[in-house]
Design a protein around this ligand. Sequence first.
Ligand SMILES: [Zn+2]
Length: 693
Amino acid sequence: MPACGCNARGKNDYICGMDNPLLIPSGLPFGAPRFDLIRPEHWLPAFRAAIAAGKAEADAVAANPEPPTFANTVEALELAGSALDRVSGLFFNLLEAESDDAMQQMAEEVSPLLTEYEMYVSLNEALFARVKAVYDGRSALSLDPDQKKLLEETYKGFTRSGALLSPEDKKTYAALEEELSLLALRYGKNVLDATNAFSLEITDEAELEGLPPYVRDAAAQAAREKGRNGWLFDLTHPSYGPFLQFSARADLRERLWRAYNGRALGGPYDNRDICLRITDLRRRIAQLLGYADWAAYELEERMAKDIGAVRRLLDRLMGPSLPAARREVAELLAYAQERGYGEPQMQPWDFAYWSERYRAEHFALSEEQLKPYFRLEDSIAAVFGLATRLYGVQFVPREDLPVYHPDVRVYDVQDGDGRHLALFYADFFPRSGKRGGAWMTNFRELAVRGGVEERPLVSIVTNFSKPTPEAPSLLTHDELTTLLHEFGHALHGMLAEGRYPSLTGTNVARDFVELPSQLMENWGFEPAWLHTFARHWQTGEPIPDALVERLVAARNYHAAYFQVRQLRFGLLDLAWHTLREEADVPAQELEREALADCAVLPDIPGSCISTAFHHIFDGGYSAGYYSYKWAEVLEADAFSLFREKGIFSREVAAAFRENVLSKGGSEDEALLYRRFRGHDPDPDALLRKLEIK
Ligand SMILES: [Zn+2]
C-alpha cells in the first residue's frame, strides 16, 4: 500500500493523498482508472505528490550503498516515477480529449514542474555514475536482449544530454539548448503571425466560381466572425487547400499560393536567418556531443541508423518517381490545355485545380456515394472481426467500467485463450473540449512491477460525425482508413509483451512506429474485406463492385507526383541537417541547391519552403522527415507478404505479432523487421504498390 504521499501546499492542500483517486489503487478490475471519481481539484496535489515520490525513488537509486548492478540501478530507474506516469498518462490524454480552460491552466502550472523533475533526474551525477558503471561493465553481464536495450537507452539518455561533457562544455551545451528552444519558439510564432497576416476578402459572388457550397459556407462564416461582409479566405489548411483545389479563378489562386509560399520570407516575420541559426545551433550541439552533424545525432535513435541508409532509400524511390511525376504533370498540362489553359508550363497554383478536375472526370467518387455503406457500428465490428480473424483476439464490452465521457466505450481485449490483454477505450465523436483529428494513446503502459504484470490501457480518439435521430454515424472512406490506422497503433499497444514500459507497445523508433498503423490501412482497399461488412444502411444492399473498383483505381492517382513532393521535403531536411560547418549561403540559396535536380513544377522566385517548414524547424521531425516514406516502404513490403499468402493469413499475422507487434522497442527494430519479413525493407515494394515504373 502506498503511504499518503500528499505534500501539497497552497490552495488544494486540504486534499489528502489517501482520498485522491489518482494516488490510490483503483480497486476496479484491471486497475481501470476511476474516471467516475476524479475531480478537477485532484490533479495538482496528485502531480505534486507523484513528483515528490519520483524524486525520492531516483534519490534512493542514486544513494544505494550496494555496488551498482543492472537490477538496482538501470531497472530500478526504469520503474521509478510510476505514480507520475500514472497521473501524467491520464492528465495529458484528457487534456486532448476532454478539456476545459481550467485543465489548460493546470497544464501550464504542471509543465515547469515536470521539466524541473526531468532535469532533477537527468542532471543527477551520482545517478549517472552508477548507470555508467553498469554500462562500462556490460560485456561481463549476461543480459536478455530487452535488458541490453534498456541499458543502452538509459545510458544514451544521459550522454545524449551531455552527461559526459566537461563542466565547461556542459555550460556551453545548456546555453546552446536554451538559445535553440527560444529560436524554435520564435520560428513557430513567425509562421503563425505570417499566416494570420494574410486574408483574401471576396465581396463579388462571381469570384467564388468553382467553389463547392461547403467551402463558400465556411468562408462566409469566417467573414461574419471578423465582422465583415462576403467571404473570407486565409492561409490555414481548411481554407487554403480547398480554394486551390476548386477555385476557377487562376488569378486568385495565384495570389493565395504566393502568399502561402512566401510566408515568413522577408517582412516583419522573416525566418530566413532563423533557419540558418537553428540548424547551426543543432550542428554545434551535435558536434559538441561527438557526432559529425545533427543528422548523425538524430539517426542514432532510429531504425535507419545512418544517413547512408536514408539516402539509399530516398534515391531508390526518387529514381523512377521523378520521370513518372514529370509525365503525370505533362499529361495534366495537355488535359488542361485542351480545356483552354493558356500557360506553357503547369504553374504550381494551377496543379491542384486541374488535378481535381481530372480526378472528378475520371474517378468520380463522392463521399456521399460511399458513406451509406460505412455505418460506424458495422465498421467497428468489422475492424474487431479483422483482428479476431488475424490474431485471434476478442473484444468484450465492459459497460460497468467508468469512462470520462458518456460517448466513450470500453472493451476487455482477450487473447484466443481468454487471457486478458488490455482495456481498449474508444472515443469516436467530436465535442467541445476535444481537439480535432484522430490519435491513439495509452493511459498506462505495459509494465512488470515486483513480479506483477500490469497490462496496458489503450485508447483511440477520433472525430467521426455523431448519429442523429434520422441517421446512424456514417464514415467517409477516409474516416474508415483513419479508424484502421489508429486501430493498427492500438494493436501495437494491446498485443504488447515485455516488462519495461519504455520499451513496450508503441515506444519504438520514430521511423518504425507507423508500420502497424499504415499496414492496417491496406485492408480498407481490399474488396474481400470490404464485402464482409459494407452494406447500405437503409437498403441492406452490399457495396457495388463498381464503387470498390473505382476506390481502388483512385488510390494511386498522381502517386508519383505526391511521392516526389514528400521526397523533396526529405531531401531539404537532410540538406539542412547534414551541414558540418556554418552555412555560407542564404537560406533560399541552400534550399534551391538542395532541390534543383528534382523539380517537377517551375521554381517561383519569392517562394520558399524552409521559412514555414514546422516539421523540421520547430516540430519533432528534424532529420526525420524521411520517416514518412520509410514507414510506407515498411508497410508496403510487409503487406506484400499478406498479398502473397492471403490477406487473412493467420500464419503471416502470427509472424507479425510475434516479431513486431508484441516486441515494442525491446530490440533493434531493423532486426525485428528482418525476423518478420526475412529481408530488409524493400523500397521496390512501395514502387510496385504505387504502380510507379
Ligand atoms: Zn499514426
